[in-house]
Design a protein around this ligand. Structure first.
Ligand SMILES: Cc1ncc(COP(=O)(O)O)c(C=O)c1O
Length: 382
């Protein structure tokens, strides 16, 4: 008897993970591989976070914590909104999660019912669509172009092909790095609240910007769900810790879901992350490196034929339109890895309809890696 595999479990792969595996296999075989596919800092956690983790290991039994997170961390996160955004946030509204990935699961379950339609600009971080589908929610693609800076502008939201129950925005965004201006985000948040659309604002790349102003949806709406993480600016991807700020009315639902799904977020990273907000000098040095990498690639990539790039306002990605080079980005990236050992991510991970002629380059690695990748790409394309 062949037993069934559920239809909702059949989500597409997260292609960047497949690229990472192919790159790792080549590296294991002795090849010199440059990793421009991974969307994670090449640095570890800040020193003070590591010291706090060591102290917690020595001191604490590290049992389950409160399902919503330890009070000291929820308070530190609330203080962060006071310090960075001048927003008075009740720590009760802060929910600590297993990465922002855990926050999406809880947020979508708490805010939406099966069949609800949730809009998102494409190209987009693929897990939004895939988590929504696995939960029997309906992702509604708002096809964004260069003129929209690849963002879910208010105009695109208003012209959605289907009525929306929810909307996901990300600023800065993955894969494009583009941002919504503070007044644009405010207008979207106000529109959503007035129209009964639950806004989910993914603010995971906050802190990694290159001159543009970053805003939080919390400034404009108490009905928005704001999601963030220690993975990117805080350089703690593997610690699997994130947070969200939820409207009061959703809090109990989120708490009950979190209790049942996870019991609690992991204890050790929580104790360590309490001091993460005091490590800005160290973390801003990482951002200075991303800024240098970005400038280097913006100068060198056009020499290799990659000259149609989305404006990378923030995050650590360049999204390149390569329609003049290929109409099969997956094959193009495979050849790039095989020929010159440079791993990048094909655009179809982010945009099933148009990603066959785009790719994403991550500049989260070292400046030496970026310089060498640019050199190899130039000679490959000659
Ligand atoms: C836009 C965006 N949101 C969320 C995530 C998930 O991050 P994490 O679960 O590590 O917080 C990522 C990871 O790359 C991302 O790019």
């Amino acid at each position: 008897m062949v037993l069934k595999v559920s239809a909702r479990g059949q989500v597409p792969p997260f292609i960047v993970m497949d690229v990472m595996r192919a790159a790792a296999e080549r590296a294991a075989g002795g090849a010199d591989v440059l990793h421009l596919e991974v969307g994670q800092p090449a640095t570890g956690a800040p020193q003070a976070v590591i010291a706090a983790a060591q102290a917690a290991l020595a001191r604490d039994i590290l049992g389950y914590t409160d399902a919503l997170g330890i009070p000291s961390l929820r308070q530190a996160i609330a203080r962060h909104y006071r310090d960075r955004h001048d927003i008075d946030l009740d720590p009760e509204r802060v929910v600590v999660t297993t990465g922002s990935s855990g926050a999406f699961l809880l947020a979508f379950l708490a805010a939406f019912d099966a069949g609800d339609r949730v809009g998102l600009a494409t190209p987009a971080y693929p897990a939004y669509r895939n988590i929504l589908s696995a939960l029997d929610l309906r992702p509604v693609a708002l096809e964004a172009g260069a003129a929209d800076r690849y963002q879910a502008t208010l105009d695109l939201v208003r012209r959605s092909p289907e009525p929306l129950d929810g909307l996901i925005v990300a600023s800065p965004a993955n894969p494009t790095g583009t941002m919504l201006r503070p007044e644009e985000l405010a207008a979207i948040a106000t529109h959503c609240e007035a129209s009964g659309i639950r806004l989910v604002s993914d603010e995971i790349y906050h802190g990694i910007t290159y001159g543009a102003l970053e805003a939080t949806a919390l400034a404009s709406s108490d009905e928005a769900i704001v999601i963030n993480s220690f993975s990117k600016y805080f350089s703690m991807t593997g610690w699997r810790l994130g947070w969200m700020v939820v409207p009061k009315r959703l809090l109990r639902a989120v708490e009950c879901l979190a209790q049942n799904f996870f019991i609690s977020p992991p204890a050790l990273p929580q104790h360590a992350a309490v001091v993460a907000f005091q490590c800005r000098d160290e973390l801003d040095r990482n951002v200075a490196r991303y800024r240098e990498n970005r400038a280097l690639l913006l100068e060198k990539l056009p020499e290799a034929g990659f000259d149609r790039l989305a404006p990378a306002d923030g995050a650590f990605y360049l999204y390149a339109d390569i329609a003049h080079l290929t109409n099969d980005s997956q094959d193009f990236c495979r050849r790039m890895l095989a020929d010159i050992g440079v791993a990048v991510t094909p655009g179809i991970d982010f945009d099933r309809a148009r990603g066959h002629h785009t790719l994403r380059i991550s500049f989260a690695g070292s400046t030496d890696t970026m310089a060498e990748a640019a050199r190899r790409l130039r000679s490959w394309r000659r």
